[in-house]
Design a protein around this ligand. Structure first.
Ligand code: F6P
Length: 342
């Protein structure tokens, strides 16, 4: 078969491990010819691709980012985008495409499958919020980086008796915040799923500090929202793709904490540090597992399917069902997190 691969949306540690796995099994097991599209769907629209083989990919397993480049462009963004994508597939004689991406890339793939495009999906995002898969690769790496940062912030916060507000990624859901908050021993964790009342946060911190000479670490997901009518936050800025540009809620929270409690408060925004660099062993394994299953799915012509982790097995699920709803934080785990607050 002739198979194309693309990586779309925000990058994520483990993307190269998927590419390597697809190419390895495709070439050695199936004798496929493999091609990588440059910058996600943009490469499909513009016929911008490179040939991929096992030899040319040596050494990419531990490397962060994506050797193919990525973008948030989709064929739906221009009038003739879909037509051009069709021409690319026909002229290259492709039998199938493996689209590795998050919500945006996979939703686009799902719409294209309905038009007859032969696509298999692979879920990726450090946010771990794709439906119907227990994990996405990249998440473990992001949690490890955030946890290490929180460990470091504890010692400086304790030395100065300060509150430190740490902002982690998590646009719509707070998986990273919940896991890193538990692992790092956060005083409190604030999630997009659970709008917070700043008065309650400050009261909890004050009670804790009255019990002794304490410092506190507040972990906040970048998409965390105050309860309506509690704190004013600045109007949201949009990027060129209409996504809200997040990053900054921690500053609002820190200002409120300092003003309401009098505790000296500092802010650390981890940002893209969580997305860069080498994947953990877990993410390399999961990405490799997803990649080998994805090329099998192409050979089964399982168009419109997404590979997924369920009950410790890699399975295939319907792409449309997977992107229908984001996966929120497990309420049982959130209950665990709250037991340790303040
Ligand atoms: O979707 C993954 C993610 O890391 C979000 O948590 C974050 O809001 C977003 O990407 C940032 O995207 P960009 O790199 O375009 O600023």
């Amino acid at each position: 078969m002739r198979v194309g691969i693309l990586t779309g949306g925000g990058d994520c540690p483990g993307l190269n491990a998927v590419i390597r796995a697809v190419v390895r099994k495709g070439e050695r097991h199936y004798e496929d010819e493999l091609f990588g599209f440059v910058d996600g769907w943009r490469g499909v629209v513009d016929q911008d691709f490179i040939a991929l083989d096992v030899e040319s990919l040596r050494g990419i397993l531990p490397r962060g980012g994506t050797i193919l480049g990525t973008s948030r462009i989709t064929p739906y963004m221009t009038e003739d985008g879909l037509e051009k994508a069709r021409t690319t597939i026909d002229s290259m004689g492709l039998d199938g495409i493996i689209a590795i991406g998050g919500e945006g890339t996979l939703s686009c793939a799902n719409e294209m499958v309905k038009l007859g495009f032969p696509i298999v999906g692979v879920p990726k995002t450090i946010d771990n919020d794709i439906g119907l898969t227990e994990r996405t690769f990249g998440f473990d790496t992001a949690v490890m980086i955030a946890t290490e940062a929180i460990d470091r912030l504890h010692t400086t916060a304790e030395s100065h008796n300060r509150v430190i507000v740490v902002e982690v990624m998590g646009r719509h859901v707070g998986h990273i915040a919940t896991w890193a908050g538990i692992a790092g021993g956060a005083t409190m964790t604030l999630l997009p799923e659970e709008p917070f009342d700043i008065a309650e946060v400050c009261e909890a911190l004050s009670r804790r500090h009255q019990r002794g000479k304490y410092a506190s670490i507040v972990v906040v997901a970048e998409g965390a929202k105050p309860k309506p009518g509690t704190v004013q936050i600045a109007d949201e800025e949009l990027d060129e793709f209409g996504h809200v540009r997040l990053g900054g809620i921690a500053n609002v929270i820190a200002t409120e904490i300092e003003q309401r409690t009098g505790f000296e408060t500092r802010v650390t925004i981890l940002g893209h540090v969580q997305r860069g660099g080498s994947p953990t062993a877990y993410d390399r394994v999961l990405a490799t597992w997803f990649g080998t299953e994805a090329i099998d799915a192409v050979h089964d012509q399982a168009w419109g399917q997404m590979v997924a982790l369920m009950s410790n097995r890699v399975v295939r699920v319907n792409l449309g069902d997977a992107v229908a709803e984001l996966k929120t934080v497990n309420p049982q785990l959130w209950d665990v997190a709250t037991q340790f607050f303040a």
